[in-house]
Design a binder for this molecule. Structure first.
Ligand code: BGC
Length: 378
């Protein structure tokens, strides 16, 4: 075949377009590796094997979870200078997590997140008593809450999600009904950790699930969170009495240290709040999943966005950390205000507060809660 100049040029064009397409595909492959999940033996608890699952996404972010307490053991994200660091508190091994006084690092919380006054509540005229574990109150599910049980774990297709299942039997920790709970942790390609909870019961019960992960976005470079800038979309909060039980009021944050409607350093007014922040904010939101809080740490440039389906958030500034925990990651001393939590939830003590959104779950209903923590840099 005789190739004239024009045809020859066209052939070169086609070949180079083909080459470009190939190299684009290759570079794309390098930038976005497929997600993967690896597993590691993490010891045994009550004779059951505990495994650590590590989810890695295409950009290299990692989230690790164990089936004891459904605990998040690591969240490794990138700082603006390109370095990687673990932004949550925890321990080097299972011994750390099972120690008395472990303040729920990374754990799933249930059946009832935060406090129930004196553990008591009434459903259809019957008074129940949840296990007391905190100065006469019931905190985070009682003596052996969902943070201290072994969950059944499975890897979901696609290598981005871990599913945890737990059956809480009728009467466990003073709660009625056999409750089937499922939690799916997903690490997305855009650096979001999604936690999706579902549950159902065979008797009317109360339910308030959350995760108690503590963040220090400097990844251990600062021993406190005073310079973290927090913003919470909430015009009101639920004040508490000296036992940290809500008084039932919804107070305006305006003009008080509780005002985080615009970004504010945690350290700016923390001295004006006895012990530090440990309150539930009433989120300005409609039903459904909505972005409701942000945390920015200027030295690392890390930026955390929180979205949730829940009506409230417990912003806790690590007030009870006192440096006494052992077996901590790299021996870090977790002193007061080392890290903060943003626990998405229904309001504390709701079963005893007529003015708060209901936490009742009836047979035939399905409980849903979704929370997404997204990491980026600025
Ligand atoms: C509570 C604190 C409690 C802490 C336990 C938080 O959710 O609001 O009062 O001390 O959990 O680590």
């Amino acid at each position: 075949m005789k190739i004239n100049l024009t045809n020859g040029l066209c052939l070169v064009c086609i070949l180079s377009i083909f080459n470009m397409a190939c190299s684009f595909n290759n570079s794309n492959k390098n930038a976005m590796a497929a997600p993967k999940i690896t597993t590691q033996n993490f010891g045994t608890f009550e004779g059951k094997p505990i495994t650590e699952y590590t989810l890695t996404n295409g950009s290299g972010m990692q989230v690790s979870i164990i089936n004891y307490g459904g605990i998040l053991t690591k969240i490794i994200t990138q700082a603006k200078d390109g370095s990687w660091g673990d932004v949550i508190t925890g321990y080097d091994s299972l011994e750390g997590y099972v120690q008395k006084g472990n303040p729920y690092f990374g754990a799933l919380i249930g059946r009832y997140a935060n406090r129930l006054a004196k553990g008591k509540y009434t459903i259809d005229g019957v008074t129940y008593k949840a296990a007391i574990n905190n100065h006469g109150q019931s905190l985070h599910g009682g003596l052996k809450g969902f943070d201290k049980v072994v969950w059944n774990a499975s890897i979901l297709p696609g290598d981005s999600s871990i599913q945890l299942d737990y059956l809480s039997i009728d009467g466990e920790e003073g709660y009625p009904g056999n409750l089937k709970v499922q939690v799916v942790y997903t690490l997305t390609a855009n650096n979001a950790l999604q936690i999706a909870y579902t549950a159902s019961t065979d008797k009317t019960t109360v339910l308030n699930l959350t995760n108690h992960v503590y963040f220090n976005l400097t990844a251990g470079k600062s021993p406190n969170i005073y310079d973290h800038l927090v913003q919470i979309n909430a015009n009101k909060y639920t004040p508490v009495d000296t036992s940290l039980i809500p008084t039932g009021e919804l107070l305006d944050v305006k003009g008080t240290p509780m005002d985080f409607t615009t970004p504010k350093k945690v350290g700016q007014e923390i001295d004006q709040v006895a012990g530090g922040y440990d309150h539930n904010w009433v989120l300005n939101k409609a039903e459904g999943l909505q972005e409701i809080a942000h945390v920015y740490e200027p030295t690392s440039g890390r930026y955390l966005t929180v979205a949730t389906t829940e009506p409230g958030i417990q912003f806790y500034s690590g007030n009870f950390l006192d440096g006494s925990l052992t077996g901590t990651k790299k021996g870090i001393i977790y002193n007061k205000h080392y890290a903060l939590t943003l626990e998405t939830q229904h309001f504390p003590d709701s079963p005893n507060q007529t003015g708060f959104p209901s936490t009742i779950l009836k047979p035939g209903e399905t409980y849903h809660q979704t929370t997404v923590y997204t990491f980026s840099t600025k």
